[in-house]
Each structure stands twice: as C-alpha cells, then as structure tokens.
Design a binder for this molecule. Sequence first.
Ligand SMILES: NC(=O)c1ccc[n+]([C@@H]2O[C@H](COP(=O)([O-])OP(=O)(O)OC[C@H]3O[C@@H](n4cnc5c(N)ncnc54)[C@H](O)[C@@H]3O)[C@@H](O)[C@H]2O)c1
Ligand SMILES: [Zn+2]
Length: 527
Amino acid sequence: MEPNLILTGFMGTGKTTVGQLIAQRLGRTFVDTDQWIEARAGKSVAAIFAEDGEDRFRAWEAEACEALSEPQGLIIATGGWTLGPQQNREAMQRGGRVMCLWAEPDAILARLSDKSDRPLLAGDDRAAKLRDLLKKREAVYRSFAWQIDTTKMDVAEVMLHIMALYGSISGSAEPDAFYLPMGERNNSVLLGAGLLESIGPVLRARGLRGTAALIGDSNVIEHHGDRVYQSLLLSGFEVVPLRVPAGEESKTLDMAGMVYEQLVQGGLERSGMIVALGGGVIGDLSGFVAATYLRGVPWVNCATTLLAMVDASIGGKTGVDLPSGKNLVGAFHPPLVTVSDLTVLRTLPEREFQSGLAEVIKAGVIGDVDLFEMIEGGSTDVQDIIRRSIQVKVDVVREDPFEKGRRAALNLGHTIGHGIEAASQFLLRHGEAIGIGMIAEAKIAERMGLAHSDLSGRIEAVIEKVGLPTRYANLETDTIVQLMRSDKKKQLGRLKFALPRDIGEVAVGIDVKDELVREAIEVVRDE
Ligand SMILES: NC(=O)c1ccc[n+]([C@@H]2O[C@H](COP(=O)([O-])OP(=O)(O)OC[C@H]3O[C@@H](n4cnc5c(N)ncnc54)[C@H](O)[C@@H]3O)[C@@H](O)[C@H]2O)c1
Ligand SMILES: [Zn+2]
C-alpha cells in the first residue's frame, strides 16, 4: 500500500483545505482527525473541550493516530497539536510521510480573521494569544523533516509543492531531522540516504525560489554535482553552477571575491540562494559568501564529508582563512537547511572518513557516553554514529548559539590539535591532529586532577582503534606552542582549554600552566 500523506502544523496553515484538494486530485481518501474524533465522540471538538476538557481531547487524538498508523494511501490532516506528543508523531510516521505546514503569524491571523471556532484562541486579544502559542510550539513544528512554508503561497502552490515533495520522497526511508534555533534564523538538519535527489522539491516547499548558485569543489561536483543540479533544475530553479578547486587553499578572501563576481554575472539576487555541496571547506566558504553577498542571502549546506556532517555544517559558523591564520574572517550565518546524504560517503576517501571520526570521538567525549562506547566496540552503524554526533553538536550550540560559553566545549582537542595541525603545515588532516590533541589535553586534565588517571588511555585506545595516529613526528614544541597562541580562541593573551573530566563531560575556560602544556605536547611526540 502507498504511504499515507499526513499534513500537520498550526491552525490556519491550510492543512484541511489542501489535504482535501490533494485527495481529490490523487483519488485518495481524505481523513481529518478532528472529524474522525467528532464522529466517534458524537460531539464537536468545541463541545469535547467544553464538556470533557482538553485532556480528553488529547486522548482522542492519540487514539486517532494509532488507528491511522497503517500505510493505506490516505491523505490525513491533523489537528494543530495532534503530533505534539512524540508517540503520536511516531504512530503517524509508521504509516506515511508527515509534512509540517508553516506560516508566519501575520499570515495566519489574516487567514483566521473570519473564523471563530478555535477553542484555544477563545476570548480577547487573539493576535497575542496566537503569537504566544505559535512561539511555544515552533521548535516542535520545525523539527519535522518535511516543511512547507505557506506564508507567501496560495492554496494551489501549496498543493503543488506538497505533491512534488511527496512524489519525490515517498519511496525512501524517513530521514533524521534536527532543529537548531539561532537567534533570528534557524538551522534545520536532515540526515538520510538519497536526500540529494529530493533537494529541489525540499527547497521549493520551504519557500525558496529563483536562482540557485550551486557551489562545489572539483572532486565533489565530479561525483555528486549532477544529482543536485538535476533536482534543482527539475524543480524550476535557475541553476548557476560554480566550481572551486578542492582543498583548504580555496578558503580565502580572493576566492570569495571570485565567487561574488560569478554570482553577479549569474544574476543571483537577494531572492535567490546559495547551495553548497562539499566538505567543511566548501561549507565555510559558501556560507561566508552567503553571509556577505548583497548583505546576506539564504543558503543550504549539503555536507559531503563525515567531518562536515557531524561538525562543520551545523551551527552557523562560516569563514575564510587569512595568510596569518585559519578562520580569521567570518560570520555567524546558519544555513536554512543542512542536508547530509549518507550515500555521498561511498566516494569519500578513507583518510577523510577517518579524519571525521576524530570529531565523532570528540562528540562522544563531550556529551554522549553511548556514542563513545559504540566506537570502542567497533560499531559500523554509520547513520546512528552520525545521528548521535549531530545531536551532541545541536545540544551544545542550542545552549550557546553565539559561542559565549558552553560552546567552547567543542574546542576539545583543538587547542593543542590546531597547533599540531598548523605545525605540520597541514600535512596532517584536521581530524588526525585533533585526535592527537585530544590525547594531549586528556593528559593535562589528568595532571591537573580534573580527570581520573586512565582517561587519556581510554581516549587514546579508541583513536588508535579507528586507525587515526596517536602521535606526531618531527615537529618542535616551540613551533606548536607558538602556533597555538596565534589561534583565535585565546582570551586576553591566555589560552583557555576545554578539558575532559570524563567520557561525556567537559570543563571549559580552563587556564593551564605553560609547563604543563609543553609537557603534554611532548608526551604525544613519536620519539
Ligand atoms: N564552520 C565550522 O563550524 C567548522 C567546524 C569544523 C571544521 N570546519 C572547517 O572545515 C574544513 C575541513 O573540512 P573537510 O575535512 O570536510 O575538508 P574538505 O572540504 O577539504 O574535504 C576534504 C576532501 O574530500 C573531498 N571530498 C569531499 N566530499 C567528498 C565525497 N563525498 N567524495 C569524494 N571526495 C570528497 C574534497 O574535495 C577534499 O579534497 C576546515 O577548513 C575547517 O576549518 C568548519
Ligand atoms: Zn574540528
């Protein structure tokens, strides 16, 4: 049987109207959960609220979700908060694809102005109540993978975008979805297999249109460029493809300048967008360009390395390098969506994959003991490993979106690691240096009595297990220390460390004596 198509979202986003139209168009049965409940309760939703209370109504909703959890090709419109509870959401997802319709409060108010049958908005000052309720629920609504932003669409457009999206995704498994609020903006993250082929419908449904500049590096465009290009084109985007040379050398102001020029020539306006396809280099460069071109255009980050999936593509930090150091110029500009399609990892060179595993191990040490133990146990469940790593990053960034405190935990292994990476003149991959940095910093934590005495051994064992180096060779302590100091994360001239207390627990803002730093750097040197 075909999967159901379930439309959810706040009142006034058009779930019922659009659901009925789609059912007609596809010759499917339409079910409205409110009507389903009314038929069984023998009274109206308003009467259930008034006579039996909201709790009784929510219990009815849970029953409806259970009853409609088989794939039967139904088109279902839910109540505004039917899928608030996790168990209802899971029940509906068993039977089909849940799409969440969104609209900005003003658009909703305009649509609801002639209706008075909304029990949750009863009484005075509907506008304030509505804004308040929408704000409270926003994180849940935005956490669904499939989003339709109906704010600027009429009913016919909403219907077309939903049908295109449903057609494109109904054959593949439900992706993992994350939502990260970032001040005025927010960053959704999708993780699954085969997402790149659906990127056009996904972005159209989120309200994007016009010109899409597709930026990739030579390797990635070669392997996966066409998948994205075709999907965007088929969804009606005008696509301007841009290819930059692979490697950190492309993360410069000069390269950004060249990209700006090509965007102007390609006619990219404020209404357009940038689609980055690549690892951390392409993400950082494209995001920086998106933050600054025409004072900011929306962008989408298709992460193609493990490192980008678990770390670089999430949280909105973008930037380029200067001759005097990495990431010295940048902006917070989160992508509207991060798309991590697992299938791209098939072409990723082994060494790059291993490098990404260092960030996975870091995520485990920062906040997920189970993840760390999965790696210790040799797990090969790549999606679960990535899902968990993303969750750690999302949780940390959510607490501290603009890096004022807690987010410094993500620098674990990076203070010494960056020094080693730079001293090797980037012959060591980022993750290789970070792995060694984590071991050295765990040694410091032990020496300072922050961690128990076998923590560094445990971290070292797991780094070795995944095939990453645990020692560097042929680098001077002085060079490493000097390069650590030119790293941008120092405060008032003193380096602050993020140090592990245990697996799953990190202390931030730690001042470490110079001798101790030098000693730790020497411990991880291969003699
Ligand atoms: N913004 C952030 O929060 C953040 C966080 C961590 C790291 N970073 C940045 O990320 C960058 C490193 O990212 P990276 O390790 O992804 O490097 P990268 O982007 O250079 O990619 C590594 C190599 O793999 C190739 N490649 C990428 N995906 C591929 C695929 N699917 N198949 C085949 N080849 C593929 C690339 O062409 C490149 O040669 C650094 O510049 C770092 O500063 C940023
Ligand atoms: Zn890193």
